[in-house]
Design a protein around this ligand. Structure first.
Ligand code: TPP
Ligand code: MG
Length: 670
């Protein structure tokens, strides 16, 4: 039995726990039936667990879904979206009307097939791709600890997750669980829908992991309860409140609980139950109401549950008001995601230093140089690396690492966990108050891709520093040399892929990435040294247009050479070779395709120009380049995987040289 006063709503009204839980079940069955698609099984199975959580434990305020100190609730098993929609409606989120529930899965509704944080107030993160929500929650829990270390008791909340068998089978869950256990994220509580069923049937078809042992091995506290016994669930949650480590509560449930023939079976997972089955379920659950009708008493009990944290919210407001004015303003600035004024000064200072003392260094080192100024100026930046700190150059000299005993640091050693890292970064950005950036090799963007895609979909500001961005990394060979990755990343909507050509472009691209509030950015950076091409001091951010003429033609250009990153310097050398042959060429640096594409048509045309021959140069595949050079443009780049050798030899071997560019241009000029 729960011992504390956590039984407010359920006890203070005549409405039993079972009737509150059945309100969820009925809404889930009815909404899926009406939509003729959706997943009734999971919401019906987890109704008891969710009812206990929302009516006795979760700290939330339906009147203010963005309250910074609310507990975060992540429905990692996003297919069970009707569970959260029903909860939002029942607890009184104004935007989640009954009408929205009736329009489940319809265009323009607040009830899309899977929960979308950018559509539905009260939804913390977009879920559906299994495992992601759980890994986001790890980032949210890290964000909470870090901000609490800086701002004190105005940040003090839990992160709850509902995760399914599928969430725990996905590989990303292992990365997330290991990181959470290592950091002893004791305010992270996972409620596992332990129903032994997935789409293909019994879990025993494909899985025999002892999840309790698995979590315990990673440093979690783990227990199992009957997921239909409200008091057992409450007792486990009560115990979790004071845990010294993250908590897994495996809740033994029956999928589709209440359905007469489909309960406990995969057939209740992902399709409407059908009229007959719903009729039987209504009888079994003693819920003799019309579809979508929640009787007044039940609704009132739920609305009371929705008011439970009013007092906590009011107390929090007082604590915020009592904060030192400067600290309060800083907290509010960060939570709103507004950049500090110091950013522009820091960028300017870096540019002045580079103009005074040019640096012919790798762009990964230029990035470190920029970060030395940006990190102190933008305190919400939290850096990291997936075990490649010395290669990605993401840790500045003053940065302290975050650890289980001290979360005040600003650098995270994510370990060799690219996917978990990218998903945790999303969680930190979603939490608010943090701009996460981190590092790995560009080739391993594939290991982060599902989370990068979700960051783009959600419109989250996360910044991925991806170094060793081409065959220019040399001897490590084709497993480590990206060729298709730039194109693959550029294919994702709502993303910025930056490939700066030198130290000045690198700081400009950093500035643009930080300013891109509603989308993720990739900074593709070199291992090899590059000359600083931009020697003069430009107050303006030339990279902001996505492309600009970095080296004009002497006279009317017959050839336009477009290049990115390390290939811009090669293009400038080709320009000289062409000039020696009497051919005027201009070189356009293209640090960001997406920003170029977003230019007004006339500006874009002016940048592209009208030379007779367009040449594109990038040590990567051609895909995507036709938008700049045209389908009749000449492309100098890669069409195969790379090879293992010193990088200068590789550039010769693959024909990405000034000579090859000049020759190709001359040939096309005829
Ligand atoms: C990464 C990913 N792979 C596959 C799917 C498709 N899918 C949705 S739910 C599910 C598994 C269902 O089993 P479980 O997670 O146990 O949920 P339950 O049926 O118990 O609700 C799958 C494979 C998905 N959503 N995400
Ligand atoms: Mg399952």
């Amino acid at each position: 039995m729960a011992t504390s006063g956590r039984r407010g709503a359920a006890e203070s009204s005549a409405v039993t726990h079972a009737r509150m839980a059945n309100s969820i079940r009925a809404l889930a069955m009815d909404a899926v039936e009406q939509a003729k698609s959706g997943h009734p099984g999971m919401p019906m199975g987890m109704s008891d667990v969710a009812t206990v959580l929302f009516s006795r434990f979760l700290k939330f305020d339906p009147a203010d879904p963005a309250w910074p100190d609310r507990d975060r609730f992540v429905l990692s098993a996003g297919h069970g979206s009707m569970l959260i929609y029903a909860l939002l409606h029942l607890t009184g989120y104004a935007s989640m009307t009954l009408d929205e529930i009736k329009h489940f899965r319809q265009l323009g509704s607040k009830t899309p097939g899977h929960p979308e944080n950018f559509i539905t107030p009260g939804v913390e993160t977009t879920t559906g791709p299994l495992g992601q929500g759980l890994a986001n929650a790890v980032g949210m829990a890290i964000a909470e600890r870090h901000l609490a270390a800086e701002f004190g008791d105005i940040v003090n909340h839990k992160t709850y997750v509902i995760a399914s068998d599928g969430d725990l089978m996905e590989g990303i869950s292992q990365e997330a669980i290991a990181l959470a256990g290592h950091l002893k994220l004791n305010k992270l509580i996972v409620l596992f829908d332990d129903n032994g069923i997935s789409i293909d049937g019994a879990l025993s078809l494909s899985d025999s992991v002892d999840q309790l042992k698995r979590f315990e091995a990673a440093g979690w506290s783990a227990s199992r309860v009957d997921g239909h016994d409200a008091e057992a669930i409450a007792a486990a949650l009560e115990k979790a409140q004071s845990s010294d480590r993250p908590v897994l509560i495996a809740c033994k449930t029956q999928i589709g609980y209440g359905a007469p023939t489909k309960a406990g079976k995969a057939s209740s997972h992902g399709s409407p139950l059908g009229q007959e089955e719903i009729k039987g379920a209504r009888e079994a659950l003693e819920w003799e109401h019309e579809p979508f009708h929640v009787p007044e008493d039940e609704l009132a009990a739920w609305r009371t549950a929705g008011q439970r944290s009013k007092g906590a919210h009011a107390d929090w407001n007082k604590r915020l008001a009592a904060l030192d004015a400067g600290k309060r303003a800083e907290f509010e600035r960060r939570m709103l995601g507004r950049l500090p004024k110091a950013l522009n000064d820091a960028v300017r200072a870096v540019k002045e230093q580079l103009a005074a003392t040019p640096k012919d260094i790798a762009t990964r080192s230029s990035s470190e140089f920029a970060l030395e100024a940006l990190v102190p100026a933008v305190p919400e930046m939290i850096g990291g690396s997936a075990d490649l700190t010395g290669s990605n150059n993401t840790r500045t000299k003053s940065m302290k690492a975050i650890s289980a005993s001290d979360f005040s640091g600003r650098f995270i050693h994510y370990g060799v966990r690219e996917h978990g890292m990218a998903a945790a970064m999303n969680g930190m950005a979603l939490h608010g108050g943090i701009i996460p950036y981190s590092g790995t090799f560009l080739v391993f963007s594939d290991y982060c891709r599902p989370s990068i895609r979700l960051a783009a979909l959600m419109g989250e500001r996360v910044i991925h520093v991806m170094t060793h961005d081409s065959i220019g990394l040399g001897e490590d060979g084709p497993t480590h040399q990206p060729v298709e990755h730039l194109a693959a990343l550029r294919a994702i909507p709502n993303i910025l892929v930056f490939r700066p050509a030198d130290a000045v472009e690198t700081v400009e691209c950093w500035q643009l990435a930080l300013e891109a509030k509603d989308r993720p950015s990739i900074l593709a950076l070199t291992r090899q040294n590059l000359p600083q091409l931009r020697r003069a001091l430009d107050a303006k951010n030339l990279c902001a247009a996505g492309a600009y003429e970095i080296s004009p033609a002497n006279g009317k250009a017959q050839v336009s050479i477009f290049a990115t990153g390390s290939e811009v310097a090669i293009a400038v050398d080709a320009q000289k070779l062409l000039a020696a042959k009497g051919v005027a060429a201009r070189v356009v640096s293209v640090p960001c395709f997406e920003l170029l594409a977003a230019q007004p048509e006339a500006a874009r045309r002016a940048i592209i120009g009208n030379a007779k021959v367009n040449v594109g140069v990038e040590a990567a595949v051609r895909q995507g380049w036709d938008a700049i050079i045209g389908s009749d443009g000449v492309f100098v780049g890669m069409s195969t995987f790379g090879a293992s050798a010193p990088y200068k030899e590789l550039y010769k071997h693959f024909g990405i040289t000034p000579e090859a560019i000049a020759e190709a241009a001359l040939k096309r000029l005829g």
